[in-house]
Design a protein around this ligand. Structure first.
Ligand SMILES: [Fe+2]
Ligand SMILES: [Fe+2]
Length: 253
């Protein structure tokens, strides 16, 4: 009897309407895993060409459309004071960096889903991408509220992250999950730093970043439980350096 790994299952606990890379349809409440499925009882498998088209569609949605989250944007218990110009600019720059991080998350999980031959893992990566869509939507909305723009380099970030995700995926499922664990941990650490740097008065951005930090920690734990292999330190260091280039560039561009 087929049994699903509890770690894999927990990756999909906060199911959303999914943009499905491996099958043709999404059915919240359908008879699939956890009440959601990429398809129904007999999912229709896509050809490699169809999957590539689905990947392209996913990229265009992440880069050009207004993302629709499932969970509502976290809000502070009380409204904060109005931000002065300097605080607004700083908050805008930091939230732009966080938005870029979520664009990259979309690309990574999309690529990892494409690369794995394991249908269960593919579905989990796809579902993880859907969970990250909340973060993408929240940060995009906060940027608009702050009057700040998204990174002009988003297509480049997406392409780069997609390539890295493909490489990670081709190295095998355990390594791919290990890459996910390390990514989520580094993002969690980065968000902790932003909670120190965001203006004290910007309660709205703080509420979003606090929830994202908690979610990323959960993603790392779930990937670990799903069988992630620890990455060697050179790989972790390379990821940290790449992340630093991205965050410093996106602060301004
Ligand atoms: Fe995220
Ligand atoms: Fe995450």
């Amino acid at each position: 009897m087929h049994q699903r790994d509890p770690g894999l299952e927990s990756l999909g606990e906060q199911k959303k309407a999914l943009c499905c890379l491996g099958t043709t349809s999404i059915s919240p409440g359908a008879s699939g895993v956890d009440g959601y499925s990429c398809g129904d009882m007999n999912p229709v498998r896509l050809s490699p060409g169809d999957r590539l088209l689905a990947v392209a569609d996913h990229a265009l949605r992440a880069l050009t459309s207004t993302p629709q989250g499932v969970r509502p944007k976290p809000v502070p218990a009380r409204p904060g004071p109005p931000l002065d110009d300097s605080d607004r600019r700083l908050a805008g720059a930091l939230m732009r960096v966080n938005h870029v991080g979520e664009v990259c998350a979309q690309a990574l999980y999309s690529a990892q889903a494409l690369a794995t031959p394991n249908p269960a893992l593919r579905r989990q990566f796809t579902e993880a991408a859907a969970e990250e869509t909340d973060h993408l939507a929240w940060t995009a909305e906060r940027l608009r509220e702050l009057g700040a723009r998204q990174s002009v380099l988003n297509p480049l970030w997406y392409l780069g992250a997609f390539g890295i995700g493909l490489v990670a995926g081709r190295l095998g499922d355990k390594v791919s999950l290990g890459f996910m664990v390390e990514t989520e941990r580094q993002v969690e650490h980065h968000l902790a730093g932003h909670l120190e740097r965001l203006p004290e008065s910007d309660l709205a951005s703080r509420a979003i970043v606090t929830q994202m930090k908690s979610d990323e920690a959960g993603h790392a734990i779930a990937a670990e439980r799903a069988g992630a292999a620890p990455l060697p330190w050179p790989a972790r260091l390379a990821m940290r350096l790449a992340g630093r280039v991205m965050t410093r560039t996106a602060h301004y561009l």
